[in-house]
Design a protein around this ligand. Structure first.
Ligand SMILES: [Fe+2]
Length: 350
């Protein structure tokens, strides 16, 4: 199985990409709005099809990317039915299952942090995506969103600690960079709810946390009740001048065939050194030739009236050129995916 945890550094949220290696069907758990392009790029680069986006609960600290992923991939949007959130196409109840290829996520209601918190259990206890119910050596706060420490204690003990000892605990957050834990570990070592902690010990602990009000709650809750759909209904950062995608490495890329078919719509910037231009890899007609090593000093020579598309043999150095132009203020700039090698391989005109 493909398993890829990805962290949002701002909210310390863990997003999990899970996929069946054979069928390439994928699900994404707790995606973050601002990381939509990153996650989408990894799904594309791994050759996966996103079938469902699941949130473990209605988050108060960040906005979900569920709606964004649905717009760009057509995937289903899954969340507990409890919240009545708009845009949810698969309202979930305790006992439901969500499949991807040969793998199954079983839905367990684990309320207490919020009334609608769900834990997703993979393949009968291989992993459990516990949201903010059970954290690594912690548990989610219970002082807002219909939270209840007594309810959370019972959820953890009856619906998470009954999973196999080896079941990997994958929480929605960790503020100390920790990746995962196990049921056994948390049952023994969790300082809030593990060891001999009784319900009243846990309630006493949680009622005295005195945490500050979450910074983003006033923005995040209403947005998450719309599955993260922005008020204007537009996907932010969408490039309109051409079919530009952003790679997992963060590079804006464009298909060579599109560039060849739209030569008049863009400036082509070839960043090879002069001695690399030969009969085997000649310059593309009309391309501007500025070697990468001199680009920063020659920005005045790069026109701004049309999008700039960067090119070099393998498409690696030209990615740096695109980054230099981006940082210097060019908004419409992209790298030719695969570079001149791909250009030649595709039989495009030189
Ligand atoms: Fe939460």
């Amino acid at each position: 199985m493909i398993f890829r945890p990805m962290q949002d550094p701002t909210s310390s949220t863990w997003t999990y990409l899970l996929a069946d290696e054979a069928t390439r069907e994928a699900v994404l758990i707790d995606p973050v709005f601002e990381q939509h392009r990153r996650d989408e790029a990894l799904i594309r680069e791994l050759g996966l099809t996103l079938t469902t986006v699941l949130d473990t609960h209605c988050h108060a600290d960040h906005v979900t990317a569920a709606w964004l992923h649905q717009q760009t991939s057509g995937c289903a949007v899954a969340l507990s039915r409890t919240y009545g959130a708009r845009g949810v196409t698969r309202p979930l109840d305790d006992g439901d299952t969500v499949s991807f290829g040969r793998h199954v996520l079983a839905v367990r209601a684990t309320p207490g942090h919020t009334a609608g918190c769900l834990t997703y259990v993979l393949d009968e206890g291989v992993m459990a995506f516990t949201g903010d119910a059970l954290l690594i050596r912690g548990a989610g706060r219970t002082d807002f969103q219909q939270g209840s420490a007594a309810t959370l204690y019972r959820s953890i003990h009856e619906r998470i600690f009954d999973l196999p000892d080896t079941c990997r605990i994958c929480p929605a957050h960790d503020y100390n960079g920790r990746t995962w834990s196990t049921v056994w570990e948390e049952r023994i070592h969790n300082p809030r709810v593990g060891g001999d902690a009784r319900e009243r010990d846990f309630v006493g602990y949680m009622d005295n946390l005195a945490l500050p009000h979450p910074k983003k709650i006033d923005l995040a809750l209403p947005a998450n009740l719309q599955s993260g759909r922005p008020e204007d209904g537009l996907v932010p950062g969408e490039v309109t001048w051409g079919p530009v995608t952003v790679s997992y490495a963060g590079v804006h890329e464009i298909d060579p065939a599109w560039v060849a078919a739209h030569r008049d719509a863009v400036h082509l910037l070839d960043v090879r050194d002069p001695d690399e231009i030969d009969a085997r890899l000649p310059a593309v007609d009309g391309a501007l030739l500025i070697p990468l090593g001199t680009l920063r000093d020659r920005l005045d020579s790069v026109p701004q009236d049309k999008p700039v598309v960067c090119l070099c043999p393998a498409g690696r150095r030209s990615a740096m050129a695109a980054t230099i132009l981006h940082k210097a203020g060019w908004e419409a700039v992209a790298n030719v995916r695969g570079g001149l090698f791909a250009w030649v391989r595709d039989g495009l005109p030189l």
